[in-house]
Write a protein that binds this ligand. Structure first.
Ligand code: SAM
Length: 275
């Protein structure tokens, strides 16, 4: 998750600092020390990627897929396996792309996965280039509606978009939780509002589902917790570092307490031309 509200500097709010994380004070080196080598940079798992992909009907012919904010690329690899097509992983943090390149080579997928360094706000692709645009845990950086509105011009007629977005699962969250999200990501909405936003962008929702809690823990929060514990010992005499580590711990502990109130939701949608 991030500190960035929609419209804040995505280059700084990019990866997974907890809400409450002050961009101006942050120590980028430490931030990347926390957030490197983790299996993922946000909640997700291969089973959820597969489930979402199962709701997509690809256009005839070899598919071209764009994975925006791919990070270390767990879902990029899965998309290449599932589709048999070509997948571009786009991210602005080059060490993630280097790692994805290595994983693709190890999985024998180098021929079908291309890594491109660039900004999700200014995509360097022609219009209508992709059959499928994918973004797990990254559209919040642009803002849900703005991301969809900006990216859809790169979608072929009849193509699909699938994204995950943190969403309220029930109304009236506890004050502590509400305050946390208001500070970190005030644009968080409930599922119905996000479905409306999808329609407002001229897209048609084809399905959505809440990621299981295990998708937060297995590849993200548990490894992140271990990393934070390690770095707490390393930086025991560095208050600035401890502040950043505390923000990570707070985010994790809130999810542990309040997982029934919010979650990551996969939203799958299509260009209405798909009929
Ligand atoms: N999709 C990956 C996953 O689920 O593990 C990563 C999700 S992580 C929360 C968000 C990703 O977006 C990070 O890899 C970050 O480097 C990338 N990112 C942030 N701002 C970006 C931008 N402006 N352009 C491109 N990528 C960006």
């Amino acid at each position: 998750m991030n500190a960035g509200t929609a419209g804040s500097n995505p280059a700084l709010s990019a990866i997974s600092a907890g809400p409450g994380f002050e961009q101006t004070n942050m120590n980028m080196d430490l931030f990347f020390e926390i957030h490197s080598g983790l299996p993922r940079e946000g909640p997700g798992d291969d089973a959820s990627t597969r489930k979402a992909f199962g709701m997509v009907s690809l256009l005839p012919g070899p598919s071209k897929i764009l994975d925006i904010g791919c990070g270390p690329g767990m879902q990029t690899l899965e998309l290449a396996r599932l589709s048999g097509g070509r997948v571009i992983g786009l991210d602005f943090h080059l060490p993630f792309l280097r790692r994805l390149k290595e994983s693709a080579a190890a999985a024998g997928l180098s021929g079908r996965i291309r890594c491109i360094g660039g900004s999700m706000a200014d995509l360097c692709f022609r219009a209508a280039a992709f059959d499928l645009i994918w973004a797990e845990g990254s559209i919040y950086i642009m803002g849900f509606e703005k991301g969809l509105g900006t990216w859809r011009r790169h979608l072929k007629r009849g193509g699909h978009i699938a994204v995950t977005e943190v969403s309220w699962l029930k109304p009236d969250p506890p004050a502590e939780l509400k305050e946390f999200w208001e500070a970190g990501y005030p644009a968080i909405q409930d599922i119905e509002s996000n479905l409306q936003a999808i329609r407002g962008c001229g897209l048609e929702p084809v399905g959505h589902f809440v990621l299981p809690e295990s998708a937060w823990w297995d590849h993200y929060y548990r490894p992140l917790e271990e990393r934070v514990a390690l770095l707490r010992r390393k930086y025991a005499d560095r208050p600035d570092a401890l502040e950043l580590l505390d923000a990570e711990t707070l985010e994790i502990s809130l999810y542990r307490s309040y997982a029934s109130w919010y979650g990551y939701v996969f939203y799958i949608m299509k260009d209405p031309a798909s009929g």
